[in-house]
Design a protein around this ligand. Structure first.
Ligand code: 26Q
Length: 860
């Protein structure tokens, strides 16, 4: 349960950032011999090719017990990764010791998802040792790019929310913020997607198959987490007060695995701590004595199922008991860890929130609010209101959706059984809150029932968002429009209760290290050649200077060449994955993200069908003059239980089969579904777009972050006035983005009109439906539900309302792309104005407005 890896005294020797007096005091407490050895450690990291090669070989020979003669790409990947991790750990140690000794305030980012992708390339980039590694590996007879691609993605997330957490943790390290991530170490990450006969088939992603060189198992940190059981009231021996005692019925251990997270252009290395569930040694002797040995063992093994698999839902709440168990397991272990670290400082509880800020990434960790209150009241004996004051000062809550189906609600019964004491605490929190509301707004029973944590439905539910708001001092949305929407819709009552100041916005961002330098080395080099080096990677506003080169013919030529090369690279990937050949000279139109009705991939593919029908209807001789050749690329995973999303995938594949083999069409239109879209594929896809699609129904996409990734890589956007598209428009200018569709403020009214049957489907869309009904893309039965949703079930996502406007925007794109000179200018202007969307800026905003933390300089 305690961090006992090395004797405490030794720990402190390698510190930087201490005053000479402090260092002397520590030095004097360490034996001379140990001091000498330890001193060497700080210079033990490699700086030359020879040193790195020696290290690599050392790992091949000893860590993996292989010889250089049977070292394959995988072993080379592992050995190089171990060598770099060794270096990282030294910096990690120094960083952590510095933060602990200086007693600085830390931010703990609680996220059930960290969609990290690959680590090796990113570590080399952040440590600025890629050239060194390249040379070292090359001389040893390997190819660095091949080695990089042997690494499996750490797919510990679904989509936007998980990738945001990964970008944030990179920016915390880069900005020298003392920040830790806490999450779960799932044995199976997001499933891998195969396409069989056009259908999505899920296969498990056992990403740890060959071990994970980037993790540090902390077997000494084992935190007990209890479930079930009962609550009793006992007399406190010291005070004589009656206190509640929770006696858990099932115990599981949380074992820590640490992932060092290096920053860019700094030696600061933060920590991502992921928990893995293990059985306790406690054994069911009753069963054992009954002779049922194997059953008593298998019960223990059940423990491990808690961190077995990531729930593959994105923007959809699934009320499974195991998910709730995951949430509590993770929250309990993380809080135990945080509190233990705080107790070591020997500071009074009143200073807890001066040293600790905790951010809730969506409502998934909301139980942390209740758990901290339980620790303070039940275990530490603080007064309820003193404890509650500490709790609310500590937490901040980020909301990522306005859609009702994604808001977490847990059946009260489930809670009562799994976490009986926590339910009591929730009742108390709720009671006090409702009393406060009642006092402020007397006689408004409807208000009370709307804001209550307990939904008085049958069966009753616990509303996690309400609890998260009540337990936090700040609530933020993730783009301006979204933050406005939550204030005026789902959280309106809470604005009335708490005042507007509690609600704020932090527009999302992405890390330029991964999404520019790593994904697009050629473009980042071209930019560096004009901006005097790579400083812009941590000061992204510097990109603005690119506008000085809008008339530099040579520069624009290079810009186009880079895009072309990136498109060639994507074309090669497409060929490998699907066998489809696409021409990189043609416009690449890309939509990659989770498949969801609100993201409207169905509208995209209907648009593609429309284009196909129009090309066919054009006299053969005129086709080439009338239609811009285009490659339509769609990719993304559907939640395994999401029927409509799976139908969309099937349709895209069916259209792909028909269109690509139509001799009348040739190069004019190609349709591709990229299977198994993930972070490492995104790194190839994002640099290769001419146009990317961000076409959600207005008001449904909280922010979107792939929009930022595509634009940062010089692609233009076709999009709705939704999420961060709004701010991207503001930054790049209306002339450089292709907006279309109805506005968020019109959505409610339009939905109502649909319900009343007062909206007609446009001819263009009807012609698409007719082609589907005719069986052109296979049996209509397959797609009928997609069409019926629009025709007969109220067209909730307003495809029919936006379709014409969408086609109109596509037409504008066709016209503008022909003028390549003008297009390249737009592309450069877009990139030049992306500075705002660096996740470094987000973290600065969170630090200043929500966490109240400061960067810690590496040296005093
Ligand atoms: C909840 C309960 C049970 C099971 C699963 C879930 C669950 C899991 C994942 C609910 C939601 C999610 C993911 C949400 C998500 O990715 N939201 C996206 O967050 C991005 C980062 O802020 C935004 O850019 C996107 O707009 C938003 O959709």
């Amino acid at each position: 349960m305690s961090e006992t890896a090395a004797p405490k005294r030794l720990h402190k020797r390698s510190l930087t950032g201490l005053t000479p007096t402090e260092i002397k005091a520590i030095d004097n407490s360490i034996p001379i011999k140990a001091r000498e050895i330890w001193a060497k450690y700080s210079v033990k990291e490699f700086t030359t090719v020879d040193e790195l090669q020696e290290k690599i070989i050392d790992h091949v020979e000893t860590t993996f017990a292989r010889s250089m003669y049977n070292c394959d790409d995988l072993a080379a990947y592992q050995a190089l990764s171990y060598s770099i991790k060794d270096k990282l750990i030294l910096h990690w140690n120094k960083t952590q010791q510095l933060h602990t000794l200086k007693e600085v305030k830390r931010i703990y980012y609680l996220s059930l998802e960290f969609l990290m992708g690959r680590a090796l390339d990113n570590a080399m980039i952040n440590l600025e040792i890629k050239d060194l590694c390249n040379k070292s590996i090359d001389e040893l007879g390997f190819n660095l790019e091949d080695i990089i691609t042997t690494e499996p993605d750490a797919g510990l997330g679904n989509g936007g929310l998980g990738r945001l957490a990964a970008c944030f943790i990179d920016s915390m390290s880069t900005g020298n913020y003392p920040g830790w991530g806490y999450g779960l170490r799932y044995n199976y990450g997001i499933f891998s997607q195969k396409i069989v006969d056009g259908y999505q088939v899920e296969t498990p992603d056992y990403w740890l198959k060959f071990g994970n060189p980037w993790e540090i198992p902390r077997y000494e940190i084992q935190i007990p987490v209890d479930f079930y059981g009962y609550v009793s009231t006992v007399k406190d021996e010291k005070t004589g007060n009656l206190v509640k005692q929770w006696q858990g019925g099932e115990r599981v251990l949380a074992v820590a695995f640490d992932f060092p997270v290096p920053g860019y252009d700094t030696t600061n290395v933060n920590n991502l701590r992921l928990w893995s569930a293990k059985p306790t040694n406690e054994f069911d002797f009753e069963k054992f004595n009954e002779g049922d040995y194997s059953n008593s063992v298998s019960q223990q093994q059940r423990a491990e199922s808690i961190t077995s698999v990531l729930y593959p839902n994105d923007n959809f709440y699934a009320g499974k008991e195991l998910r709730l168990k995951q949430q509590y397991f993770w929250v309990a272990a993380s809080l135990h860890d945080i509190v233990r670290r705080f107790l070591k400082t020997k500071k009074p509880w009143s200073e807890f929130s001066d040293l600790i800020a905790i951010q809730l990434n969506d409502t998934h960790p909301t139980m942390a609010v209740v758990e901290l209150q339980r620790i303070l009241v039940d275990l530490e004996g603080l007064d309820w209101s003193v404890a509650w004051d500490i709790v609310t000062k500590t937490f901040g809550y980020t909301n990522h959706t306005v859609m009702a189906e994604a808001l977490e609600k847990w059946p009260l019964e489930l809670f009562a059984n799994l976490l009986p004491r926590h339910l009591e605490i929730i009742y108390e929190i709720n009671l006090r809150f409702l009393q406060f509301v009642e006092k402020k707004f007397p006689n408004d029973r409807d208000l009370l029932s709307r804001v209550s944590v307990v939904e008085e439905s049958s069966p009753k539910n616990i509303r996690m968002a309400n609890l998260a708001i009540i337990g936090s001092h700040r609530v933020n949305g993730v783009a301006e429009l979204h933050s406005e929407l939550i204030k005026t819709t789902i959280f309106k009552d809470f604005v009335k209760i708490y005042g507007i100041e509690k609600f704020t916005n932090v527009t999302n961002g992405i890390t330029p290290r991964r999404w520019l330098k790593q994904a697009n080395p050629q473009l980042s080099e071209l930019i560096a050649s004009k901006l005097g080096g790579y400083e812009y990677l941590s000061k992204l506003n510097k990109l603005k200077e690119l506008e000085n080169y809008l008339d530099d013919a040579e520069f624009k030529k290079s810009w186009l060449e880079v895009k072309f090369n990136n498109k060639k690279k994507l074309a090669a990937l497409i060929k490998t994955l699907t066998g489809i050949e696409v021409n990189p000279n043609n416009l690449f139109d890309i939509q990659v993200k989770r498949i969801h009705e609100y993201k409207r991939q169905q509208m995209n593919i209907f648009g593609v069908i429309w284009r196909y029908l129009q090309i066919k209807a054009t006299p053969a001789a005129d086709r080439a003059n009338t239609w811009l050749p285009k490659v339509c690329i769609i990719g993304g995973k559907a939640a395994p239980g999401y029927y409509a999303a799976k139908k969309i995938i099937k349709l895209v594949n069916a259209v792909s089969t028909i269109v690509n083999s139509d001799p009348e069409i040739g190069d004019l239109l190609k349709v591709v579904f990229i299977p198994d879209y993930n972070v490492s594929k995104a790194e190839i896809i994002c640099p290769a777009s001419d146009i990317s699609e961000h076409i959600s129904t207005a008001g449904t996409e909280a922010s979107g972050t792939s929009n930022m990734k595509f634009v940062l890589n010089g692609g233009l956007i076709i999009g709705t006035v939704d999420g961060a598209n709004v701010e991207i428009t503001r930054e790049v200018g209306e002339d450089n983005i292709f907006l279309f569709g109805n506005l968020a403020e019109d959505v409610e009214e339009l939905r109502h009109e649909h319900q009343m049957g007062r909206i007609a489907i446009p001819d263009s869309l009807n012609s698409v439906f007719e082609s589907l009904e005719s069986g052109l893309f296979g049996p209509y039965d397959e797609y009928k539900s997609l069409v019926d949703n629009i025709k007969y079930h109220g067209d909730h996502y307003l495809v029919s309302d936006d379709f014409e406007s969408y086609l109109e925007a596509q037409k504008t794109i066709d016209l503008e792309f022909v003028d390549r000179e003008n297009w390249v200018k737009k592309s450069i202007i877009c990139v030049a104005n992306m500075g705002f969307f660096s996740s470094d800026r987000c973290i600065d905003e969170y630090a200043e407005n929500i966490w109240n933390i400061e960067p810690v300089s590496e040296r005093v």
